[in-house]
Design a protein around this ligand. Sequence first.
Ligand SMILES: [Zn+2]
Length: 288
Amino acid sequence: MRNYILFLLCLCVLPIGNLCAQDPLTFDVGDFQVSVLSDGGQNAGTELLKGASPGALKKYLPEGTFPLQIQAFLLRTPNQKILVDAGVGTNLVKNLKYFEVGDQDINIILLTHMHGDHIGGLLRDGKKAFPNAELYLSKAEYDYWTGEKERGVDAQKVLTAYKDKLHIFTPSELGKAATPIIPGIKAVAAYGHTPGHTAFLLESGKAQLLLWGDVAHAMPIQMPLPEVTLSFDSNPKQAVQTRKSILEYVAKNKIRVAGAHIPFPAIGHIAVGKEGYDFIPTCACEGY
Ligand SMILES: [Zn+2]
């Protein structure tokens, strides 16, 4: 219902005659069509958060919860169909069908990291759900999930299923010159939430979009207070450093962001706020 209301709000503010993308879930970023694939979510309790004072919790999350939605993203060019993460898998097939994309059509999968809410859609009946897809993963993330057997049975199943299609890369530091891992997409180190957590910078002409994965989970409080962490950050200190650096960088350079846990429509820009930062959602058809 909330998504539907947001969708209506987006439609309401559209100027008549605006050059629109094809549908309310798709944004043009240069030559890329970026579609948000909503995989559900729920309200999460503040007990998941660390480093927030009782006063801050009351101020920013007065109801004692925050929306924790899950989004994956489909990137389409004339030649490629790319998935950025795969959600838990609940709605993935249905969402791709909406865009007339079949399992066979996905060429590339970029993983921000290997938590279950990002890789759940990659297997079906224990086999790879996307038989033609090349799977891209950072070296630090690969090393983490293959380092100790007790870590992530599901991650290891995914890595085994896609082992002949696996591309391991080393992301660049934010703002440093980087070679695209595939045309138009650079990998940016965003370590902390997991040891190899990666953001992907989409560049096409003058348009840019940073798909930041799990740089933030609790938007209402982590934007004004980026030092607030989540109980399942593997290195909270590093996660805070990453969040602060990325927020500063995208605000300064006016780069739009898309996030796996940013509430729908999950794309927007960051501005310096009265306290910390503000997230301003982008409506479909607004363009870049
Ligand atoms: Zn996540």
